[in-house]
Design a protein around this ligand. Sequence first.
Ligand SMILES: Cc1cc2nc3c(=O)[nH]c(=O)nc-3n(C[C@H](O)[C@H](O)[C@H](O)COP(=O)(O)O)c2cc1C
Length: 398
Amino acid sequence: MILAGRRVLLGVSGGIASYKSCTIARRLTEAGAVVDVVLTPSAAEFVRPVTFEALTGRPVLVSLWEPGQSLAHVHLARDAELAVVAPATANLIARAALGLADDLLSACLLARTGPVLLAPAMNDRMFAHPATQENLATLEKRGWEIVGPAVGALAEGPSDLPGRMVEPEEVLAHIERLLRSSGSRLRGKRVLVTAGATREPIDPVRVLSNRSSGRMGYAVAAAAFARGADVVLVSGPTALEAPVGIAVTPVETTEDLRRAVARELKRADVLVMAAAPSDFRPRAPAGAKRPRGEGALKLELEPTDDVLASTVKGRPKNLVAVGFALEVGGGLDRAREKLMGKQLDFIVHNDAAEPGAGFEVDTNRVTIIARGGEVTNLPLLSKRDVAERILDAVERVL
Ligand SMILES: Cc1cc2nc3c(=O)[nH]c(=O)nc-3n(C[C@H](O)[C@H](O)[C@H](O)COP(=O)(O)O)c2cc1C
């Protein structure tokens, strides 16, 4: 997360999930945000204010009546760029919907004019109650954002209905999006990202594939979501979790990938092709699993369609298209040829022979080449940081 100097008011109300807010406070602080925590008196029964003080390095308030803090509710409400309430209890949600201001947190929320994000957390029957539903609808109508609740186990036992708070990671992704999207040209833009390897069948159980983990494409998708884009992620099989807020369209073969991209392309403003589609496939996949006892197996391979080239040829006029060129040992000139030949706006070159770059690692060392010839050599960075730099380049030409 990139939140240096951003001011967040983190409200915590009295639900069992309040222990998860400690993670939210810590992660925001680590990302450079200035975090003011306000607890309801009930929340302070679950987690003591000193915990949040230690995590944020800032004073934590509970009461309206603290000496020296007599107008804290007005200042906190005004100074925060974003107010977040996690967990938001049924009771806090009801107070906010009614406009009550009988403790510091509800007074802050009533004095607030800027964006507010709520992460409701409660028993599933409390959440389903018409009173809670109507209160949430009221707050949504007023422009507050609501994330969750999730379906799953509650403190009191298993449940298959919504009630529990979404995980801190999900709250954090929404916080980052709300804070970063206002200054981004990607806000509201549709970004189509491809990721991962494809798999070509040899027979019903065996496949031909490659070592792409999907991490680079998933990082681009997450970074685009953080900038306020609507993201579509077309992904080959990976071991990765879907990034928060992004629906993944799963594909298996290079042909599936080509079709999925062609379907989504018409509505896209930006295309980032980070997938590693298989360039070859068995010409005649076997209908049954061939036993080892039959001896050596010869595979005849045929080239698959060049997805990048065929996609970019039929591209919408204003699309910004980014391709990747993975080479082993140099290959900058080949990347340049690919940039021009495939009519891309940028090509991201990386050399898999370099330590820390390429497949199955969390880092990458890339060179971004723009259509106009501008070359940006980046140092070894996390894939998320590489993704941010790629999107900086995209934003400059959008
Ligand atoms: C152990 C325990 C767990 C609770 N968990 C929740 C919860 O997850 N969600 C909720 O809405 N209320 C929960 N409550 C009830 C609230 O604490 C209660 O409604 C309280 O008045 C909330 O005050 P607040 O909204 O000012 O924090 C819980 C109460 C107890 C004793």
